[in-house]
Design a protein around this ligand. Structure first.
Ligand code: SAM
Length: 344
């Protein structure tokens, strides 16, 4: 597989890695020493000193951001979580029968609520392990505790890491693995990092393992724009909270209240784009980077893209990563793809 200029896509580490620290039931391990945000300063400073200022969406999820995201999932306009839940509910028994997983590895765990449908359906099969993987330590810790308590027969453990960088550091699976990536989080990755991410997921799969991927589907722009511009303003609050995270990580002095939220549909690129727009001129000191930036009135900081997909597009990106679409389930709003490694 090659990248835009024909060069091979670099994976996020060697494929044949020695088994990593396995941890033990109930453990929460860091994928890398110091946690996934240890090297955040240079990336954040680079994004904020670019012509189009940008902050990566990975910084949305401190504990406040994760709580706000939970409120977003309840919003009447935000159909994504309800739709995905409904599709999972309808299809989970067939998926679990087909895969009979011995490990469920959940990437971007969040509240770990949706995964319970999978774990419930697995109760008839032999599932020794659930592994939660998220950049937010609180999310991983809560998932390990709550899943461990609710399913005493399951060995629940967690890894705090960045799924764009640390997948190759995951310990090997004890058996058939189902890698789950719910929430259309894949839509937050631009095409190039998305290819690299999927290539890395592929390295986690042996012949009997499967990848379950939730993708939000293309639909009428007014439905998409409403989903990201709720009347209550919770997504605006979620968007502005990223500045609190940046303030902590790079010792900056953003005033989140001086920015308003905007989410627009970009038809050409097939994505919702989320921005923070400055209300006033501001000088922001990025202390840890030793630089000051100026934000002009009306200037935007691009905080998130949410790409939307079609069945064909989802199949294409899986095939490019040497996976085969085994099953496709949808309610026409949201799609759930079950993928198998090529040649299995
Ligand atoms: C939109 S929420 C989805 C949560 C849940 N999977 C769901 O479907 O409701 C995204 C989750 O992915 C995590 N996340 C975002 N970027 C990440 C990254 N680069 N590496 C690991 N986790 C990440 C966030 O912390 C958050 O818990």
């Amino acid at each position: 597989m090659t990248g835009p200029e024909g060069q091979p896509i670099p994976l996020n580490g060697p494929v044949a890695v020695p088994p990593k620290d396995e941890g033990k039931p109930g453990s929460v391990l860091d994928a890398v020493e110091g946690g996934p945000l240890a090297g955040a300063v240079s990336g954040i400073v680079q994004g904020l000193t670019a012509k189009q200022k940008k902050i990566s969406p990975r910084y949305f999820y401190d504990s406040a951001g994760s709580s706000l995201f939970e409120r977003i999932t309840q919003l009447p306009e935000y159909y994504l979580t309800r739709s995905e839940n409904a599709v999972v509910e309808r299809t989970v028994d067939a998926i679990v029968r087909q895969v009979a997983p011995q490990e469920v590895l959940e990437l971007g765990t969040g509240s770990s609520k949706k995964i319970r449908q999978i774990l419930d359906a697995c109760s008839q099969t032999e599932l020794p392990r659930y592994t939660a993987f998220d950049i937010d330590r609180g999310a991983v810790t809560t998932a390990v505790e709550t899943i461990g308590q609710a399913y005493p027969g399951i060995d629940a453990r967690g890894v705090v890491g960045d799924f764009e960088k640390h997948l190759s550091l995951l310990p090997q699976s004890p058996g058939r693995r189902l890698v789950v990536f719910f929430g259309s989080i894949i839509g937050n990755l631009d095409p190039w990092p998305r290819r690299r991410f999927l290539a890395n997921v592929r390295t986690l799969l042996g012949p009997r393992d499967r990848f379950l991927l939730g993708v939000d589907l293309k639909k009428e722009p007014h439905v998409l724009e409403a989903a990201y511009n709720d009347a209550e303003g919770i997504i605006a609050e979620f968007n502005r909270n990223i500045l609190n995270v940046v303030n902590r990580l790079v010792d900056a002095n953003f005033d989140p209240g001086a920015f308003r939220h905007q989410a627009i549909w970009n038809e050409d690129d097939g994505r919702i784009e989320m921005y923070l727009i400055a209300e006033t001129r501001q000088e922001i000191l990025l202390g840890a980077g030793g630089v000051t930036i100026t934000v002009e009135p009306g200037e935007t900081i691009w905080t998130e893209s949410s790409y939307k997909f079609t069945r064909r597009g989802a199949q294409g990106m899986l095939e490019e990563a040497k996976m085969r679409l085994d099953a496709w389930h949808t309610d026409t709003m949201f799609g759930l793809a079950l993928a198998a490694p090529d040649g299995s």
